[in-house]
Design a protein around this ligand. Structure first.
Ligand code: AMP
Ligand code: MG
Length: 510
């Protein structure tokens, strides 16, 4: 197929709403400057999105002509000939220049909602049966319907006397009613005396109600003398009696599927005769960090090297979300080694960090494509644009950027929901952070078509964006109390905007 006559300009999908949805525009031109002018003549609203007031390419974009990145202020005279392609691309996190055509993948970044849908697709959860004693924190895999009543018999809720309420009417300490004591009912008793008219039975809390009695008189309202009970106060029917099934009736839906079992749930399940319970398995997760510069966590800092901070962070995140870290691997940027390692993996979810972008050393996207399917590469968010999602066999794969802040954001936005969903946790798509309504104390800039993850400090009900925005500044996440999201349809947030802030912990900012 021949190339079209003319210059093809690729408009990134984040800007395509300013080009009437067109992502490819064909123009006639001899220089890049002329080509862009022709583009802006057709789509006038694009100009201010692509060029700043001085006529330079905005810093959040890259201009690439036939695979070569041009300087943002010196591109105009660059010659083009018919058949050439001009790419306007969202800048990759960290501003890495494109090194080869794979970079074109990022020309259309997947919207976050779409990427999240891919993240949550094709998860093949498994169930297991565990003893009740090991079930705390696990996620119930089926509705639990009771086939027993709790309590399984009518029982006394007081120490006192089981009586027929009618017999006590009119009793007072001046004019007690005298009843014949027929025996007693103790907790655990399997046989109890019947209570007839004019009779009472001594009874303890938790003991079965004797046949014939319909109320329990508190011990304080009676005196026992010579085999008789002197009733000094009346008691209404049903008083101080725990009815069979009042706690749980046969057929009650006691706990729903998806419930994260609390200690008290185990108590209730035990009371219903359950000794074990069917729960979701926990996903087996492998963490893989790549980078020639990386030293194992725990190493002494050394010039030229970076200590792997993502593994400890990811381990804790996976654990928080109910996954089991089966192993954590650290590899050099060595294509053959990574290839071999990926082939040998057996896990439910692979979380890789580093090497996820489009640089020369970034082998993971290609390898996932080769060994399986790369479903998403490049997500319309910041930080963490160079994230990817794929499958190798049944193993779900997440490619997270190596920059620690991006790694955290991409985990929380994409991988975390999958770990939680795999393990049957409810609210897989919400963040597992407490949320608070606040007001921004400063304006926050963003661009349309992109979700921004903005770290904030909290003071009272004010959220202040942190000055250090770089994705490499991990300490910004420890200084931050939480984060907010600037949605795709906003160009930013004005000072004083109402926002929801996700707090890294309950106490944040207090
Ligand atoms: P990459 O995503 O491999 O291009 O890495 C981006 C940046 O993150 C580089 O500065 C890396 O040194 C850094 N980085 C990559 N992996 C890690 C890691 N596991 N821990 C800390 N920093 C990392
Ligand atoms: Mg790297």
């Amino acid at each position: 197929m021949g190339k079209p006559a003319g210059i093809t300009i690729h408009v990134p999908d984040v800007l395509s709403r300013f080009s009437g949805g067109e992502e490819e525009v064909l123009v006639e031109a001899e220089t890049v400057g002329e080509a862009l002018d022709a583009l802006f003549a057709i789509h006038t609203r694009l100009r201010p999105r692509v060029l700043d007031e001085a006529g330079r390419i905005h810093p959040y974009l890259l201009l690439v002509v036939e695979g070569e990145q041009l300087d943002r202020s010196a591109f105009a005279d660059h010659p083009v000939v018919s058949g050439d392609e001009i790419d306007i691309l969202p800048a990759v996190e960290g501003g890495a220049p494109p090194r080869d055509v794979r970079f074109r993948g990022f020309a259309s970044r997947t919207p976050v909602a779409e990427a999240r849908a891919v993240a949550l697709s094709e998860l093949i959860s498994r169930l297991e049966v565990v003893p009740l004693d090991d079930a705390a924190g696990r996620v119930l895999a089926e509705d639990f319907v009771s086939d027993h009543a709790v309590p399984p018999f009518d029982r006394s809720a007081m120490d006192g006397y089981a009586v027929r309420a009618e017999d006590t009417y009119g009793a007072s300490n001046y004019d007690p009613v005298s009843l014949r004591l027929v025996g007693e009912s103790m907790p655990g008793a399997t046989e109890t005396p019947d209570v007839g008219v004019g009779e009472a039975c001594r009874i303890m809390t938790g003991a079965p109600m004797p046949l014939g009695a319909d109320a329990v008189l508190m011990a304080e309202d009676a005196r026992e003398e010579d085999g008789r009970v002197e009733v000094e106060a009346p008691v209404p029917p049903a008083k101080n009696v725990g009815r069979m099934g009042e706690d749980v009736a046969v057929g009650d839906l006691v706990l729903r599927r998806g419930r994260r079992l609390r200690p008290q749930d185990l108590g209730l399940l035990a009371s219903l005769g359950a000794g074990e319970v069917t729960v979701y398995e926990r996903p087996r997760v492998v963490i893989l960090v790549t980078g020639n510069e990386l030293l194992a966590a725990g190493s002494a800092p050394r010039p030229g090297c970076i200590i792997d901070s993502n593994t400890p962070m990811l381990r804790a995140l996976v654990r928080r979300d109910g996954g089991v870290v089966q192993k954590a691997l650290r590899l050099k940027d060595d294509e053959a080694l990574i290839d071999e390692t990926l082939r040998a993996l057996e896990a439910d979810i692979l979380i890789a960090s580093g090497g996820s972008s489009v640089g020369r050393e970034d082998f993971l996207p290609q390898l996932i494509g080769k060994l399986g399917r790369l479903q998403v590469h490049g997500v319309a968010m910041r930080p963490a644009a160079p994230a990817g999602i794929g499958m190798i066999g049944d193993m779900k794969v997440f490619l997270l950027p190596g920059n620690p802040v991006s790694c955290l954001a991409a985990y929380d936005i994409l991988a975390g929901p999958a770990v939680r969903r795999w393990g049957g946790r409810p609210h897989a798509t919400g963040f597992p952070y407490p949320r608070r309504a606040m007001t921004t104390s400063r304006a926050i800039a963003s661009v349309p078509g992109r979700l921004d993850y903005v770290r904030v400090e909290v003071e009272g009900d004010q959220a202040r964006p942190l000055a250090a925005k770089g994705a490499a500044i991990l300490s910004s996440t420890t200084r931050a109390d939480g984060f907010l999201l600037v949605p795709e349809d906003k160009e930013g947030l004005e000072e004083g905007s109402s926002v929801e802030v996700y707090l890294y912990d309950e106490e944040a900012g207090r």
